[in-house]
Design a protein. Structure first.
Length: 267
């Protein structure tokens, strides 16, 4: 990503933007809530995300954390996670070549196909269900575009490495299975994918920190219902599971749910 998000390569910040506090575990606006197990759960709704991108250029962005020109000193990161951006690119739209450094960048395509090219010589078409991981290390440049004639939707997550520097690296895992987590040892994190039909349940790993993002469908987690674009930040996570909620209409129920779960070593 690049165009339309000032300061994304350099980490530059501008004046603070006022926003409402995150929703707590009880579902109302306020601080994170602690449940009877001692877990601290903070729910963040899709409509609380910062709007970015460049609509005239066919780019729509929604940011879960401070990003580019959007700055909130109380919402800079959660553990290793620095960004969780929902991106929508119209046919032919994209981010021209731009730099990254000292960042682990993981991309999940929800719909369409993403064309990736980078300065290390990698060219890849990333499709729905694939995991793409670009380790920027000491520095790399890349291009991201929608070269198809249908809209593209993807989620891109940035994580802070445990140590700065090193050589850039790239990985592309086509069609990753639910039972195969993707490890990011350089960030002390692991990505789990959960796909559930209506009424199905799936375990959630016990961890010092969990970041849960709903890509599609609706799920129940620790007494909260989460829909597309919603997320939950959980500390001291234990004994949790996801359950795909019955859809409000038949189409949603048939589609089921798709959820990204980050297991974090610390928060």
């Amino acid at each position: 990503m690049g165009r339309g998000d000032a300061g994304r390569g350099s980490g530059a910040r501008t004046r603070p933007v006022r926003r409402t506090p995150p929703r707590c575990a009880g579902g109302r606006t306020g601080r994170a809530g602690q449940d009877y197990r001692g877990r601290v759960i903070s729910v963040h709704r899709a409509d609380e995300r910062y709007a970015g991108g460049d609509e005239d250029a066919g780019i729509s962005s929604r940011h879960a954390f401070s990003f580019g020109s959007f700055y909130d000193p109380d919402n800079l990161r959660f553990g290793a996670i620095l960004a969780c951006n929902e991106e929508r690119l119209a046919p032919g739209a994209g981010f021209d070549e731009h730099p990254h450094s000292h960042t682990e960048i993981v991309t999940w395509v929800a719909e369409g196909e993403l064309t990736h090219r980078d300065s290390a010589g990698h060219t890849t078409r990333v499709r729905a269900g694939d995991v793409q991981h670009l380790s920027a290390a000491a520095g790399v440049r890349h291009v991201e575009r929608n070269d198809k004639d249908v809209p593209l939707t993807f989620v891109q997550m940035w994580l802070a490495p445990l140590e700065a520097g090193g050589e850039p690296s790239y990985a592309h895992v086509p069609g990753i299975a639910d039972s195969t987590p993707y490890a990011l040892p350089d960030a002390g994190a692991m990505l789990h994918v959960r796909r559930l039909a209506a009424g199905e349940r799936a375990w959630v790993p016990d961890a010092a920190g969990l970041y849960v993002h709903v890509v599609r469908g609706r799920v129940l987690l620790a007494g909260q219902e989460l829909g597309p674009g919603d997320s939950a930040r959980i500390t001291d996570a234990s004994g949790l599971e996801l359950e795909a909620a019955e859809g409000a209409d038949r189409a949603e129920a048939v589609e089921g749910a798709e959820v990204l779960v980050w297991e974090l070593g610390g928060v």
